[in-house]
Design a protein around this ligand. Sequence first.
Ligand SMILES: C[S@@+](CC[C@H](N)C(=O)[O-])C[C@H]1O[C@@H](n2cnc3c(N)ncnc32)[C@H](O)[C@@H]1O
Length: 258
Amino acid sequence: MTPRASISATLLVMTSALLSCADSTAPVVAPIAAPTPVAVIDVEAVYGECEPGEGGSGKTYMGREIAEVMGHTGLDWLERTGRAQEERTDLLLGLLPLRPTDAVADIGAGSGYFTMRLAPLVPEGVVYATDIQPEMLAVLSERARDEGMHNVMPVLGAIDACGLEPASIDLALFVDAYHEFSHPAEMMRSLRVAMKPNGVVVLVEYRLEDPSVRIKLRHKMSLAQATLEMNAAGFDLVKTHDELPQQHVMLFRPHASK
Ligand SMILES: C[S@@+](CC[C@H](N)C(=O)[O-])C[C@H]1O[C@@H](n2cnc3c(N)ncnc32)[C@H](O)[C@@H]1O
């Protein structure tokens, strides 16, 4: 089986598993996994290897060691009581340029901390909550159902493709997620295809430049590194916000010519 076929087969199995957990009376739309075209990338050339650092995967991309994926057992940490105050998630939500009709993608949505807060901000739109861990999506789907969030659509993504339809997304949000994507080149190129021409990608990452931010090094990113990697995927930095206590908020738009 080719690697591509194997990924598709895995997706199918994971999606079926997820669907079998779903309550048929649920108001939330069933999870989907729409494959997005992936650009051909010379993976040998873009990725390297290194001795794994603390919290690192041992795989490098553009001079950065990719972090390990946070497993679903880390769910409690994402939902910890002090999070809103520590990260000022209220400020973050206020910085997002959202319209009520927007199609938003919460990519690497985890337990849905942001999905649940984004959904009321786009009452006539939709929030696609994507993740690669079915366990995360199961929790998220249940929450959306319990909280009556009818415009939340869980999407089981693949490690190298976001699973969103071409030209469908107005705003894609990544909170504390991009740095752990194992295939950032393929993922961001697939996202480039999924974005509407005027769409916005928002990366929120712990500031590597700030030693007072007490997070493992591989789970932090600098503005320069994020910009480098996003440029390579066809996005330009258009704005940054420094209001949050620990994180960069970096806004990118698709490059016109790519
Ligand atoms: C640290 S959690 C952050 C969750 C959420 N954004 C939040 O802030 O509460 C990172 C999430 O990214 C997901 N993830 C890792 N690689 C991914 C990929 N290639 N595509 C989508 N999600 C991914 C993980 O499964 C995990 O749920």
